[in-house]
Write a protein that binds this ligand. Structure first.
Ligand code: TZP
Length: 238
């Protein structure tokens, strides 16, 4: 009995330390992901970059503290160029910068982290290569994937789509609040709800246990990006 109690304390202490460690690394609860093709109606690459940087600047002015560059159609050189610009911009606001999929580019530009998809290089391999140089986020869609990401060394996950969202319709039904709640209650690293997250859904996903939210259209689709980001930040703080 006594031994069990000691074991329990040790286990909880370990979990507690894990949480503290991860919460220090993940010092934001609003995670903004870029998608210039979906949100900026232009075919001119130079104009696109300028528009994207200006939209991100507005979001940063509105209080966003973490940006993920998620521009999957760019080739390596184009992505690198954009990533350098995003690094400068995010540095000006003391915000975190993540690069989708490409840990090589994340390292090259001095980003804070990399964000891996389920078909990226596995999180274990990235962790092994980068050690603690990068914070690692992983996109997940189920409890099984969430557990695997945590075990593999992820610092945080996104889980979704929680709600129906245009870009993910082809993948079938959203995971919903129940899965969000199950995952948030099971794993110890921070869980960001993603997919169809709007201002008026923040309270619900927080209640389901989400540590934070990841968004694209709710912020980039706003008339006034700065004001929207500010509003969302306030909702997350209350
Ligand atoms: N992964 C799951 S849903 C999603 C991604 C990248 C898209 C989120 O976009 P939005 O506009 O915030 O619903």
């Amino acid at each position: 009995m006594q031994l069990q109690a000691v074991r329990l304390r040790e286990c909880c202490k370990e979990n507690y330390e894990l949480r503290i460690r991860n919460y220090e690394l993940v010092d934001f609860n609003l995670y903004l992901m870029t998608d210039r093709k979906r949100l900026l109606k232009t075919q001119n690459p130079k104009l696109e970059t300028r528009k994207l940087l200006s939209a991100v600047r507005q979001a940063l002015k509105g209080g966003v503290r973490a940006i993920q560059v998620r521009e999957k159609d760019l080739d390596t050189r184009e992505l690198l160029k954009l990533a350098y610009k995003m690094r400068d911009l995010t540095n000006n606001f003391n915000a975190r910068l993540f690069i989708n999929d490409r840990f090589d580019i994340a390292l090259a530009v001095g980003a804070d982290g990399v964000h891996l998809a389920q078909n990226s290089i596995p999180v274990e391999a990235v962790r092994n290569a980068v050690k603690k140089k990068l914070v690692i986020g992983v996109s997940t869609h189920s409890l099984k994937e969430a557990k695997a990401a945590e075990k593999g060394g992820a610092d945080f996950i996104t889980l979704g789509p929680v709600y129906r969202t245009p870009s993910k319709l082809k993948y079938g039904d959203p995971v919903g609040l129940d899965t969000l709640s199950k995952v948030s209650g099971t794993i110890k690293i921070p869980v960001f709800a993603i997919g169809g997250i709007k201002r008026d859904r923040i309270e619900k996903v927080k209640k389901a246990g989400a540590f934070g939210v990841a968004m694209i259209s709710e912020i980039f689709g706003a008339e006034d990006i700065k004001e929207r980001a500010n509003e969302i930040n306030q909702k997350l703080e209350t």
